[in-house]
Design a protein around this ligand. Sequence first.
Ligand code: G1P
Length: 308
Amino acid sequence: MSENMPMIPAPRIRKAVFPVAGLGTRFLPATKTVPKEMLPIVDRPLIQYAVDEAIAAGCDTLVFITNRYKHAVADYFDRAYELEQRLASGGKTDLLQKVRDVLPEGVNAVFVTQPEARGLGHAVLCAKPVVGDEPFAVMLPDDVIWNRGGPGALAQMADLAQREGGSVVAVQPVPREQTGSYGIVATDAFTDRHGRISGIVEKPEPALAPSQLAVVGRYILEPRIFALLEQTTPGKGGEIQLTDAIAALLAERPVHAYRFHGTRFDCGTHIGLVEATIRFALDNEAISDQARQAMQRALDELGVADSR
Ligand code: G1P
């Protein structure tokens, strides 16, 4: 390339895909009737945290991959005219704003049904007709990422994708005994917070893991991934794995691992959801003092010495 040739910046992502077709069995019996994505952290459902992060990163089209049991998710992103009218006529402007902020003006929600639960890779492939031929984000709403006062994880990744081109996968180090719960990457040396991925494997046994860098639920992918997903055969657990298609992608195109600024809560587990609730309550001006006192009371009354 001539030095004078202008650098064409990679296109900014506009579409974010949210796979929400899982059964959420870990949260039974709550998830018998309430989809896991609708469980609240303080006053907002889990899904809202990922949605807000995608919008803050510049996305204006949100693609939800759902199934026939997830009407509550579609209802949540629909307009609630009667409710809004009641709040407006009752002068409850703060609440009205909160309800309207669920899906800000100019942002569209699209729902695609995944007819069978065939894995994360298959869920992402279901978004192909909506995403088309442009780079896009995949957000797993179980992973809530909190970067107090700073840009969200996806915005950080979008900046990197624009600077470097190619795809970007969020990673964080995990203890070796936990590699079996994640996609694990091998990378070139890191510059700043990113390194090029040279290998990726889904949920390896600790002894076989190429590193302790685990994939967390944020991806920016080039559209080539769709053709590769179409060729991906069932992998770990008999499911079409996104990880396996990424392994094929990195043979053709750069895929970067990125260590984001922020704390990730795995809200797919009981303790992760509890910890996120504690963190967001303590960080919420309206209730932080009471939250602190409540925690102190709980520790006192249950007896810290009782912590086996
Ligand atoms: C999925 C991915 C895995 C990734 C994880 C992050 O697994 O398959 O590679 O590390 O999300 O949360 P799941 O947690 O859906 O089993």
